[in-house]
Design a protein around this ligand. Structure first.
Ligand SMILES: Nc1ncnc2c1ncn2[C@@H]1O[C@H](COP(=O)(O)OP(=O)(O)OP(=O)(O)O)[C@@H](O)[C@H]1O
Ligand SMILES: [Mg+2]
Length: 503
């Protein structure tokens, strides 16, 4: 790709004469800050966006005018935010748009299922092909997306932040599958913010900044620190300075919480814990071990549980979400598009969505004040965009920053931060981490849910580990365990009681 310039209709220059050169059979990383233009240049390659510049494939100049043309040229892409039809079963999603029908127009279900099964086997991606994609875990939905690309005969795969939504174990699995593809001659282009992953998986890396290409490097000869410097333009701290934890009064008390699961087993099984002022409590665990249900209960999103959840002594159950939020319980939700924001509204309207009551007189809203405050928050959290841009136009990481700003600047008493830095670049991760520590140092409570173990170790004062709906370990001295030990607790290979030296 040579001299790619993409200006979005509202005047945003997303790619500014950027170039990218990828070799056949390599795994090529594309990295850079939020809003650097990574997703855009990939969409241009995939024909989903038109731009100035030239694209050569195997030396031949091509006009990639649509994803259909890209597919025909062997290029496939899995977007940052998935595009599956939730109601359709996996096999139907895999063949969506290229379905086979008999002469009466009836879907050839049997043939499609057989072909899909073949694909699953060849690429080592076992999934339930009859399950509607809306019911699937993210990692399985992602497999469907990849199979969908492979079913179209692609030999160049573009993956936009595929690991942002995966647990460490699922990431390992994905990497095995990608290496398998590479061994079979496929070319993989992967966007990621995780430098460790780049070092582990990729052959070469192209770094982008402000729409331009900074350069392409051999991964073997460039250090993580150098990569981050080239991305952000400054050194990024890997440690966050933290004062000693001074845990105070209990803010949240969970007593004997149980939530029904799909089958006989309880999703949450008589769980009790407390969160205190001035501490960051981490709920660790492999996804799907009850954390999500606990979060729904403690944030008031669901009241389908038995047991008690008390926020500052008062039960959360049956209180309106708005009342709970007004009392200072804020929530950075795991899924930014589903529950985190209204993508069709502007950045400003998303930022001020909690403030209408407090800033209106006889129904007249003081927009001047709210605009000024929104601008200030955008600056503080380095959101790239302008007040009246729709959320949907923002890059993934910038969207996340808007949500984090809205929640953390809402005068919290308790912050429930569920994957707070998912898809956020390393510079902004540093800023969000600092902010969470600052909130804790101000004597507020933070509950952190994170699949990123380095984040867990960097921030937590205390860790409770969930396995199969139960708390299997409580670690009050975080420095006494390492990632391997925590991993064993998370997988249920060890429980704390069994460990004399640590009880
Ligand atoms: N549909 C759109 N309309 C207008 N502007 C857009 C649109 N999509 C992206 N942009 C803007 O283009 C710029 C580049 O966005 P892009 O999504 O390529 O960034 P990115 O490098 O993928 O970032 P991230 O790491 O956050 O995903 C951003 O400023 C973004 O706000
Ligand atoms: Mg992106």
């Amino acid at each position: 790709m040579i001299g790619i310039t993409k200006v979005y209709p509202i005047g945003v220059v997303a790619n500014d004469s950027a170039s990218l050169s990828v070799r056949k059979g390599e795994i090529h990383a594309v990295a850079g800050e939020n809003g650097a233009g990574k997703s855009t240049i990939m969409k241009v390659l995939y024909g989903a966006e038109r731009a100035e510049g030239e694209i050569f494939l195997g030396g031949k100049k091509e006009e990639i005018t649509s994803p259909k043309v890209a597919n025909a040229l062997g290029i496939g892409m899995v977007y940052q935010h998935f595009m599956l039809v939730k109601e359709f079963p996996a096999y139907q999603n895999i063949f969506f748009g290229i379905e086979e029908t008999d002469r009466f127009g009836v879907l050839k279900k049997k043939e499609m299922l057989e072909k899909a099964e073949e694909l699953c086997k060849t690429y080592d991606m076992p999934i339930d092909l009859d399950e509607p994609c809306g019911n699937m875990s993210v990692s399985n939905a992602q497999k469907v997306e990849i199979l969908k690309v492979l079913a179209r005969g692609a030999d160049i795969l573009i993956l936009d932040e595929p690991t942002a939504v995966l647990t460490p174990q699922e990431t390992e699995q994905l990497f095995r599958q990608l290496r398998l593809l590479k061994e079979n001659g496929y070319t993989v282009i992967i966007i990621t913010h995780k430098l460790k992953e780049i070092k582990e998986l990729c052959d070469r890396i192209t770094i982008m900044r402000a729409g331009k290409t900074v350069g392409t490097y051999n991964v073997a000869v460039i250090s993580e620190a150098e990569i981050s410097r080239l991305m952000v333009g400054r050194d990024v701290a890997t440690e966050i300075p933290k004062k000693e934890c001074r845990a105070g009064d209990v803010v949240l008390e969970v007593k004997g919480l149980s939530v029904k699961g799909k089958g006989e087993k309880l999703a949450v099984d008589h769980v009790s814990f407390r969160a205190r002022k001035g501490e960051i409590l981490c709920m660790a665990g492999v996804e799907g071990n009850g954390q999500r249900e606990v979060v729904s209960a403690i944030t008031g999103l669901s009241s389908a549980y038995s047991g008690d959840v008390l926020f500052e002594g008062k039960p959360i159950k049956k209180q309106r979400i708005k009342a709970i939020r007004n009392r200072g319980l804020v929530h950075i939700p795991e899924d930014r598009l589903k529950t985190g924001c209204d993508a069709g509204s502007s950045i400003r309207d998303n930022l001020i969505s909690l403030d209408y009551d407090k800033n209106s007189v006889f129904g007249f809203i003081n927009y001047k004040k709210l605009n000024a405050r929104s601008l200030e928050q955008m600056r503080a959290y380095e959101v790239k965009g302008s007040l009246h841009h729709k959320m949907a136009m923002l890059s993934g990481g910038n969207m996340q920053k808007v949500i984090v700003a809205r929640e953390l600047e809402n005068d919290p008493v308790l912050v429930v931060a569920d994957q707070p830095t998912r898809g956020v670049d390393i510079g902004a991760i540093e800023a969000i981490h600092k902010k969470l520590v600052e909130i804790r140092d101000e004597g507020k409570a933070v509950i952190l849910i994170s699949a990123d173990l380095s984040e867990v170790f960097r921030l937590s004062d205390r860790i409770i580990v969930f396995h199969e709906g139960k708390i299997t370990a409580e670690i009050s001295d975080v420095s006494s365990v390492d990632e391997i030990r925590l991993g064993r607790y998370m997988l249920g290979l060890e429980t704390m009681e069994a460990n004399d030296d640590e009880t």
